[in-house]
Design a binder for this molecule. Structure first.
Ligand SMILES: Cc1ncc(COP(=O)(O)O)c(C=O)c1O
Length: 403
């Protein structure tokens, strides 16, 4: 009997590099290996390719100018650059506003800034669906706010934030607005020139591009202090010889993402919806977390109550199915995800939450395989779970305000 092909549903952790991306990158390791800063032809052709990639990103983001895009070594670096720059350029302002459900790339940084006395941080809570508490946000904004950083879409639940509106509100008090759009870029359409967003972070490996490359969009007119100082690459905004192959790969990935955008929002969303409704129908005591109305088309986060996410993942892995519990960066710790805790999801459910994240590479066969495997996996684990046997007691202990 042949082993069926593995099913990869962990695309919010990382995506497979598209073979067309790899093909576009390869010549830049060997034939076109020049340094973009060099004055000769070797350098010029690489410099040209780097700027062509910038145009592809500009098109995907709907940015007005290609020079608004600064390449970075990934999403984390773009996030750090935006926040640290704002603290320097926004003189007389030392407060940062962010949300409780940001990625550690933001939360760890702002915690450090607060601890070292460099900033006062306001962490805005979310409701049970993961939506920002708008009243708390309004109250936190002041003439002390240097920057607001709120993600475009959450990596665990897919919940989409009203970033356009949040940016307008930030500007009303003279603050800069940054969004970590690492999970949103390439999945939902964007037209930055029609918004007031000042800065936006993206990452190559979340859109079938290479790892270790990303970009920070910086709206024309917004001052930027570089995080990495040195040579004059990227118009003095990010020093260091450009990672040309990765940049070319990111450009190709952006082109492909634009071409597949409609597919992502129809076919991929339909795959996700089919999986979600089939699992909820077949498996009791399970529910979807996040905001069903404003959600990325590729993400389903389902909590299977009274069992451990890690155990579910292990059994899924045995069936050749890859997904994740919490975000990849925090897995390994037994604490349930900070995102689900911020949403007040009860511990007994947050522990058993599984994130299924699709990409354009998934199809109906993948969905069928998961629908077939999951009910047995969950039943087996529940048989062994003391929490499941005593669930009435635990249900009574649930936070009654959680619906
Ligand atoms: C929302 C979000 N922000 C930032 C990052 C970090 O991006 P990178 O891995 O490119 O540093 C991730 C990656 O998991 C993410 O999901």
């Amino acid at each position: 009997m042949t082993t069926p092909a593995p099913v990869y549903l962990d695309n919010n952790a990382t995506t497979r590099c598209d073979p067309q991306v790899v093909a576009a990158m390869l010549p830049f390791f060997t034939e076109q290996f020049g340094n973009a800063s060099s004055m000769h032809a070797f350098g010029a052709e690489v410099g040209g390719a780097i700027n062509k990639a910038r145009k592809s990103l500009q098109a995907l983001l709907g940015a007005e100018f290609d020079h608004e895009i600064v390449y970075t070594g990934g999403g984390t670096e773009a996030d750090s650059t935006a926040i640290l720059s704002a603290l320097e350029t926004q003189t007389g302002r030392d407060e940062i506003i962010t949300s409780a459900v940001e990625h550690p790339a933001i939360l760890t940084l702002v915690a450090h800034l607060e601890k070292t006395g460099r900033a006062k941080v306001h962490i805005i809570p979310v409701d049970a669906k993961g939506r920002l508490d708008m009243e708390a946000y309004r109250k936190a904004l002041s003439d002390k706010t240097a920057i607001v950083s709120i993600m475009w879409a959450n990596n665990e639940t897919g919940t989409i934030f009203p970033v356009e509106q949040l940016a307008v509100m930030a500007h009303a008090v003279g603050a800069l607005f940054h969004t970590d759009a690492v999970q949103a870029v390439g999945k939902i359409p964007m037209d930055l020139k029609a918004t007031e967003i000042d800065m936006l972070s993206l990452s190559g490996h979340k859109l079938h591009g290479p790892k270790g490359i990303g970009a920070l969009y910086v709206r024309k007119g917004v001052r930027l202090r570089p995080l990495i100082r040195g040579g004059h690459q990227e118009r003095g905004r990010r020093a260091g010889t450009e990672n040309a192959p990765a940049i070319i790969g990111l450009g190709k990935a952006a082109e492909l993402a634009a071409a597949h955008m409609a597919d992502e929002n129809t076919r991929v969303a339909a795959l996700r919806d089919r999986l979600e409704s089939a699992l909820l129908q077949r498996i009791g005591a399970s529910f979807v977390t996040g905001d069903p109305e404003h959600r990325l088309p590729n993400t389903a986060n389902i909590a299977f109550e009274y069992i451990e996410g890690e155990a579910i993942l292990l059994l899924m892995n045995r069936e050749g199915i890859a997904a994740s519990s919490g975000s990849a960066c925090t897995s390994g710790s037994l604490e349930p995800s900070h995102v689900l805790r911020a949403m007040n999801v009860p511990y007994t459910a947050a522990h058993g939450a599984i994130r299924f994240s699709f990409s354009r590479e998934n199809d109906d066969t993948d969905v069928d395989r998961v629908i077939e495997a999951m009910p047995g996996i969950i039943a087996k684990l529940r048989e062994m779970s003391p929490f499941w046997r005593e669930r009435d007691v635990h249900t009574a202990a649930f936070n009654p305000s959680y619906a």
